[in-house]
Design a protein around this ligand. Structure first.
Ligand code: GTP
Ligand code: MG
Length: 490
């Protein structure tokens, strides 16, 4: 309870920071069309992927404690189903669907983070739905069941781009479960490539759990080892890594006891069904969410700061150019002024003028040139400077590390567009102010969340209660009070 409240408090604190400091900048400069917090403000989400009939829906039903999702041999479900808690109702004795909504609602209601999926079109929308279920399992997270992957059906047949939808959902999700079953342990490429392409590399390993399901269906222990070996080989081929990710071995006890097999599955008694372990890992999704939020703030904070940094760098260069231009014009004006003055001393009609008039002629010549410079020459030269700078945009920023190069790649066009549209005319003071706000969130926000996460993972059960009470500022008499503020982030 205390832990949940503490995590909630940290989460809302971070969301507030994003909404207050990153979103205004992101929207002002066209970095994002919708508020940045749109995709992260909803509850933590767990995405279940896998081949058809790998047991995704059965696993979800096990988690929820009721038959909420349809199950069956052969491809059963061709919909993406978001399963969430019904906040309007108390968890009842009978777990059941309390409300169902269609894809149109899910994609358009601003409460949900799926607005970005609208781009996948009508066919996708009709295969997307929401189920509210009063299962206590969903109190702090939502599950997303997906249609199974089919080797024989191409993406065109589905009417929408399945891989891209999976990629978008994986980006929003905090935890992704990828299920395999013994019959199709070799067909992992489709799942993996779409994940690899979309999840940020640094969080990939932490956010994906591999599950070998239906292990009760192996004919013998040897058969199971063969299947496990095949899956490991395939995964390592795709990841290009020698170390094998942890693979959870599970089966549905009901199905295992129902199924009549010719083979010998007595080997199951030597294996622990990791179903419970998997359930606990899924229940940790709110913690993953914090970690993902920290990464989210880091990624967008870094990019926005990089963007503003480039604008500041441009203005500094422009200022240098103006100073140079001014001093050049000043020096040339002085020369011209001196030239005119000398002319008045030597040229016959002018040499007759008195000294004051001669000085006035010199000064007039100098001033005329200064004016001319300001009106046309400087403008012409500045246009050239602007064009040249846009052509060599990469000089606006230092790109020493790969992270910097990646972040530059993602904002380069935006910087170009902004400089082109404004012709370099914007307030340096405002940009500097925005930069310092963004930088503060980037540095302080994510660092403090990570520190809080480290503290959370180091806590022993004895220390927990005291720790959360202090952090949440709760009194003895008021244990149910929701967290108001997190002193950690003040
Ligand atoms: N023996 C056995 N059967 C299982 C297990 N898990 C699921 N099944 C059965 O396998 C069939 C497919 O399960 P589903 O849960 O519908 O699989 P799915 O991955 O949701 O399938 P699609 O929605 O079609 O992609 C069902 O008949 C289940 O009863 C298991 O661990 N062992
Ligand atoms: Mg299913």
């Amino acid at each position: 309870m205390y832990r949940d409240n503490y995590i909630k408090a940290l989460r809302s604190e971070l969301l507030e920071m994003v909404a207050e400091h990153l979103t205004p900048v992101a929207m002002h400069y066209g970095y994002s069309d919708a508020p940045l917090e749109t995709t992260i403000k909803w509850r933590p989400q767990v995405l279940l992927l896998g081949n058809y009939s790998s047991g995704k829906s059965t696993l979800i039903n096990d988690f929820l404690g009721a038959n909420i999702q349809k199950t069956g041999q052969a491809p059963t479900d061709d919909s993406f189903t978001v399963i969430t808690y019904d906040d309007g109702r108390e968890a009842g004795d009978t777990v059941q669907v309390t409300e169902e909504r269609d894809g149109k609602f899910l994609l358009n209601d601003p409460e949900y983070p799926f607005e970005t999926l609208k781009k996948h079109g009508q066919r996708f929308s009709s295969h997307f739905k929401l189920k509210k279920v009063n299962s206590p399992f969903l109190k702090n997270l939502a599950l997303i069941d997906t249609p199974g992957m089919l080797d024989s059906i191409s993406e065109r047949d589905r009417g929408y781009n399945y891989q891209e939808v999976i990629g978008d959902l994986a980006q929003i999700a905090d935890l992704v479960l990828v299920l395999f079953d013994p019959h199709k342990a070799g067909t992992v490429r489709e799942a993996h490539t779409s994940l690899r392409d979309t999840l940020p590399a640094r969080t990939f390993e932490d956010r994906v759990l591999f599950v070998l399901n239906r292990i009760d269906e192996c004919a013998s222990m040897i058969d199971l080892l063969r299947v496990y070996g095949t899956l490991c080989w395939n995964l390592s081929q795709i990841t290009g890594r020698k170390d094998i990710p942890m693979i959870h071995l599970t089966y549905s006890p009901q199905d295992a006891s129902l199924s009549v097999r010719e083979g010998d599955n007595s080997y199951l008694q030597y294996l622990q069904n990791q179903r419970e372990e998997l359930k606990n890992a899924v229940l940790q999704a709110p913690c993953y969410r914090l970690d993902n939020l920290a990464s989210f703030v880091e990624t967008h904070g870094e990019r926005l700061a990089h963007f503003l940094e480039a604008l500041i760098s441009y203005r500094k260069r422009a200022r240098k150019f103006r100073l140079k231009s001014f001093f050049s014009s000043f020096a040339i004006s002085l020369l011209i002024g001196a030239g005119v003055f000398v002319l008045t001393l030597t040229a016959p009609p002018l040499s007759g003028l008195d000294m004051t008039a001669k000085i006035a002629c010199g000064a007039g010549g100098a001033l005329a040139l200064l004016g001319l410079w300001g009106i046309s020459v400087h403008r012409f030269l500045f246009k050239r400077f602007h064009k040249k700078t846009l052509k060599k945009m990469d000089l606006l920023t230092a790109l020493k590390t790969q992270t910097r190069r990646d972040s530059w790649e993602s904002i380069r066009n935006l910087v170009y567009g902004h400089l082109k549209n404004t012709r370099g005319k914007y307030s340096l003071r405002d940009v500097r102010y925005e930069y310092s706000a963004v930088w503060k969130v980037y540095e302080k926000g994510s660092q403090e969340i990570r520190e809080a996460l480290r503290e959370l993972s180091d806590l022993t059960p004895d220390e927990e209660e005291e720790f959360f009470k202090v952090r949440l500022g709760l009194t003895e008499e008021d244990p149910d009070q929701d967290a108001q503020i997190s002193p950690h982030l003040q």
